[in-house]
Write a protein that binds this ligand. Structure first.
Ligand SMILES: NC(=O)c1ccc[n+]([C@@H]2O[C@H](COP(=O)([O-])OP(=O)(O)OC[C@H]3O[C@@H](n4cnc5c(N)ncnc54)[C@H](OP(=O)(O)O)[C@@H]3O)[C@@H](O)[C@H]2O)c1
Length: 404
């Protein structure tokens, strides 16, 4: 009886402490948005979000220009692109808030992938110099400048534009590392489910660069694009279910996770590997939680069968960025950019991305503005004028087809 009472009161005490801790953590969760730029501090324009919410919380604002640490490069950004995770961080679902800030986002910068020119280097940086054209990965990339770690950056090949190189980062790394997790080798049959988005367009091209036979799965409007990217066969998922075919694959790069464990096993050869890369389109849609559960379920169940279902998390590293740079230099991959936007149009870009049917990548051109004719122009004077006139700049609501 005594033990029961002790247990009951202990559980209650733990609960009270947890609730109190959560309350304190919630109400003290804050960010640097209220901090003013120190007098004499250099300024730059950047997209940031001070609150969680819809794409409209993204603001074009003046912030303090960063200063590189010893192992960092100061890079003037020309182009940056959107990723699946960016929209999630802005909308702030509860599960992400445990890491990104309970009440307000801790880190307020937006975007991750970038391309630009090195302006200055930290003391320990010997492999890059001012003037080098580079691309890489850094939180807060939709800004005039970022300071990126030297091992998160690689040289941009001369044959790709800044807009193309700025589209590579996380999507290119996710495709490359996923295909490697699937132990890709020349001569294999590879199926890419979800072949037309940011990650899928890289996965198709990288799989071809490994000399494999690639089947791409996408919707009707993207069939021609998938062929142009190099796919040997294309399945239109609106007309045919890829898991009902007789064809068997060595590697299934699954960007969508919309088929059951047994359906996917059916199209894998004995010993084949299914790489659990993603959840399909970037927007919030019904079935997303179900697809997350399916990822964990499939990777657990595959312990008991000879076909493997591999989960992985993309990591940013220079060796893989260099690998992607080399593939671009050799013309093996060309980043597919569907649309480009001015920095002030970032909320429009995120809205379109969240619909979940972007083709390839959406790129923000940092040094561009929209003219009255709705064109993007790299006129820095216009940019400076339009920015100095207002603390935040509304989106003009126009988008353009990119350079294709
Ligand atoms: N493992 C990691 O560490 C990691 C890292 C980054 C991203 N990811 C994952 O990668 C996934 C894709 O990201 P993304 O940037 O490529 O997103 P995205 O650009 O929105 O592309 C998603 C694609 O999925 C396609 N799709 C939707 N429903 C489909 C279906 N039923 N069958 C086949 N294709 C379908 C869409 O094509 P249509 O327009 O033709 O429908 C769209 O092009 C995300 O789910 C994300 O979780 C994983």
């Amino acid at each position: 009886m005594k033990w029961k009472r002790i247990l009951k009161w202990s559980a209650l005490a733990v609960l009270v402490i947890l609730v109190a801790w959560f309350e304190v953590a919630y109400w003290t969760s804050t960010n640097d948005c209220a901090r003013s730029i120190p007098s004499g501090g250099e300024r730059m324009k950047a997209i940031r979000f001070c609150e969680y919410g819809p794409p409209d919380v993204l603001r074009l604002e003046e912030v303090e220009k960063p200063v590189p640490k010893d192992n960092e490069l100061l890079i003037r950004i020309h182009a940056a692109s959107l990723n699946f995770i960016d929209g999630g961080l802005v909308s702030g679902p509860s599960v992400l808030r445990l890491m990104s800030g309970l009440r307000k986002p801790k880190f307020t910068g937006f975007g991750r992938d970038f391309a630009g020119v090195v302006e200055a280097t930290g003391r320990d940086v010997t492999e890059f110099k001012p003037g080098d054209e580079v691309f890489g990965v850094k939180w807060g990339a939709i800004a005039e400048y970022v300071c990126a770690r030297k091992d998160r950056v690689a040289l941009k090949p001369a044959n790709v534009t800044f807009e193309q190189a700025g589209a590579v980062g996380l999507s290119g790394l996710t495709a490359l590392q996923g295909l490697r997790a699937g132990k890709i080798k020349a001569g294999q049959k590879v199926l890419v489910n979800g072949a037309s988005g940011g990650v899928g367009t890289f996965a198709v091209q990288i799989a071809k660069a490994f000399d494999t036979e690639v089947t791409a799965v996408c919707s009707t409007r993207n069939v021609e694009m998938a062929r142009k990217l190099g796919a040997d066969h294309v399945i239109d998922y609106t007309k045919e279910d890829c898991t009902k075919r007789e064809e068997r694959y060595d590697l299934l790069f699954d960007n969508v996770n919309n088929h059951s464990f047994s359906e996917r096993r059916r199209i894998l050869k004995p010993g084949g590997i299914c790489v659990l890369a993603g959840l399909g389109s970037a927007g919030v849609h019904q079935g997303q939680m179900w697809r997350i559960a399916r990822i964990f379920g499939a990777s657990f169940l595959s312990r008991f069968v000879d076909q493997k279902f591999e989960r992985y998390t993309t990591t940013s590293n220079q060796a893989d960025l260099k690998f992607l740079s080399d593939l671009m230099a050799r013309g093996k991959i060309t980043p597919f950019v569907e649309k480009t936007y001015a920095m002030a149009e970032t909320p429009d870009a995120l809205r379109y991305f969240a619909e979940g049917h972007a083709r390839g990548k959406l790129v923000i051109k940092i040094d561009a503005v929209v003219t009255s004719a709705g064109e993007l122009t790299p006129d820095e004077d216009v940019l400076a004028t339009s920015l100095s006139s207002a603390e935040t700049v509304g989106s003009v609501g126009r988008t353009r087809e990119a350079n294709r």
